[in-house]
Design a binder for this molecule. Structure first.
Ligand SMILES: [Zn+2]
Length: 422
């Protein structure tokens, strides 16, 4: 009997034991139990088909090396072998985090674009740290991410397939998320992880799959050989500019049809490039995580609060028009903060992100006396502000800097932003 009963004790490989409280859920690989470890509640993943010795050793190894970042629900203990199987112990997932798959089915929705972009940044950062630690994930898919729809905070689960780069877990990944070369029989590595990351990001923004269009819909029955074509040898991006054969289908791929134009052009360009035939066939040329972070930060720079309807909207400062996607009214883009090549539009209520830590540093507010805009310091550190004539003032947390042409704000960490009133 591989399954465990409540009250049953399972010994840990090193020392101590956990006591089964109850089953939390089950999937193809195993059962997750709520367990007690020295008075603390944890989760135990218990394999129904226990993988072999190499997998067991790899788990022990990953525990020794530790989690790449706090975003990972990393294995904390491996159990001893018992009842013909084994498992590993990890932290419990907090209740306010929902499986990414539920977002795709619209059972859960992001409460704001801010939360969505925060989630994208978190996922990129998690994989950047994972690869820096010398790991590859190998089985990246929509079941691995749990997201808080209010904050966009992300927890990455199912880390038992994580292997040192260059070794294989024996698990190839879920077909829809695998890179074409893996579908074609190659071994997963950080380059194929990067492909899977692009797919996850695409689905996060557009809630449809980048390779599922007319070709896939016309398939009478998804067999393994069709799957190998659509996600492997003949994978075609639904918006491939050179091949229209796999365009999204009305009534079926409504999300991407509706959302494709909502996000800035830059995002469309990057996905079109990443899913081009050239990138599909040359894994080493795919965007790395830190470049994705830059792209997403750039998209976030174009997210503003509409001064008319107070809703979030993307506004492309260089674009031909600056209309709110909600109320259709024009948004004034003449005032912005220039940070190197980045331009962050200043409208009342908009929050600005200076660095990549996912925490806003500034909020644009209105002076109630004269209706003029101010930048509030909502960071924990003081800024210095220099006027065009060379006067220097400090702006402490919760203090304000006027939106005045030529003022230069020095933020912590060496970032300098110049206020432009066009
Ligand atoms: Zn509006």
């Amino acid at each position: 009997m591989l399954e465990l009963k409540s009250g049953e004790r399972v010994n840990l490989a090193n020392a101590g034991y956990v006591t089964i409280i109850k089953e939390l859920g089950r999937g193809g690989q195993g059962i997750v139990y709520l367990v007690d470890l020295n008075g603390e509640q944890k989760a135990l993943k218990w394999y129904l088909n226990p993988p072999g010795e190499a997998f067991y050793k790899n788990l022990l190894n990953n525990i020794r090396t530790g989690a790449p970042s706090e975003a990972f629900l990393w294995p904390e203990h491996v159990t001893a072998r018992q009842n013909g199987s084994y498992g590993y112990v990890m932290a419990l997932r907090p209740k306010n985090y929902y499986e990414f798959g539920n977002f795709l089915l619209a059972k859960v929705t992001f409460k704001s674009f801010t939360a969505m972009l925060a989630a994208a940044m978190k996922i990129c950062n998690g994989f950047m740290m994972l690869h820096r630690f010398g790991y590859s994930y190998q089985d990246l898919n929509d079941g691995n991410f749990f997201i808080d729809p209010y904050t966009g905070d992300v927890l990455i689960c199912d880390n038992d397939n994580v292997m040192p780069e260059g070794e294989r877990s024996g698990i190839l990944g879920k077909a829809r998320y695998m890179a074409p070369e893996i579908v074609g029989g190659k071994m997963p590595n950080k380059y194929s992880d990067r492909f899977s990351l692009s797919v996850i990001l695409f689905m996060l923004f557009y809630a449809n799959h980048p390779f599922e269009g007319a070709k896939v819909v016309s398939c009478p029955c998804m067999t393994e050989s069709f799957e190998k074509k659509f996600y492997g040898s003949e994978a075609t991006f639904i918006f491939d500019p050179n091949d229209r054969s796999n365009r999204p289908v009305r009534g079926i791929h409504q999300n991407v049809i509706k959302r494709w134009g909502v996000f800035p052009a830059k995002l469309r360009e990057v996905f079109t490039e990443q899913f081009s035939q050239e990138k599909l066939k040359n894994p080493q040329t795919r965007l790395i995580e830190s470049q994705w972070e830059k792209v997403i930060a750039g998209i976030r720079d174009e997210l503003v609060v509409c001064p008319h309807c107070k809703e979030e909207t993307f506004v492309e400062i260089e674009g031909p028009e600056h209309k709110c996607i909600n109320c259709g009214r024009d948004i004034d883009v003449s005032k912005y903060l220039l940070l190197g090549t980045r331009k962050q539009i200043l409208t009342k209520g908009t929050k600005l992100y200076i660095d990549h830590d996912n925490i806003p540093d500034c909020q644009v507010v209105e002076n109630t006396n004269d209706g003029k805009l101010l930048i509030k310091n909502i960071s924990p550190e003081a800024w210095t502000v220099e006027t065009p004539s060379g006067k220097i003032k400090s702006v402490n947390p919760n203090e304000f800097c006027p939106v005045k042409n030529g003022l230069v704000i020095s933020f912590v960490g060496g970032n300098k932003g110049q206020i432009v009133e066009g």
